[in-house]
Ligand binder design. Sequence first.
Ligand SMILES: [Zn+2]
Length: 220
Amino acid sequence: MAAPFVNIHTHSATGTGIELVNIDNLDSAPSATFASAGLHPWNVDKCDHQQALAAIETLCQNGNAAAIGEAGLDRAISTSISLQMSVLEQQLDIATRHHLPMIIHCVRAYSDFLQILRHESSVKMIFHGFNSNQTSANQLLQHGAMLSFGHNLLSNNKLQTTFKSIPNDCIFLETDTKDISINEIYNFAAELKSTSIDELKQIIFNNLTRIFGNRWETIG
Ligand SMILES: [Zn+2]
């Protein structure tokens, strides 16, 4: 039997395969059983951080979060990097204590993350919606990160070349907020990797079980 599709980052469940669904409202009971909980850098200045971090901690304690995120750094927004860094570090701490991977949002902050990755080896970081260059990809991979690719893969030629070159055990695929099916992304990605969809499903499913153990089995 072929492995299921794995959508490592989405904001709404579709029922196709295994989906890691981001909890967008930390105060409501999570509707998905395989979910990520985090404070997005875009929301850092819109909420009470300590309250949000406490809510994330509670979700982890109750076994309702399989990952911390999306969390990260975004140098394209006006919120100060020092504030973003402080909120990120507190989420890294939660991930460390609960042995959870992180779904990372990174915009123009790859060098900040390389710095963090040099000192932080226990938390597995999955850079979602990766859309940067080959050098950034190589550097992140050297430090044990994983890269998740979404809709940008369909239109960005350089990103396609990068995707082809990186090892299969470092990749995930995702839909994020885009109106596109995970099936469509797998189709395109399999062609780039010169492999079959079933083969690609097996590769990514293996990556999922390596990083998440059997946490995804709580679905359904
Ligand atoms: Zn997202």
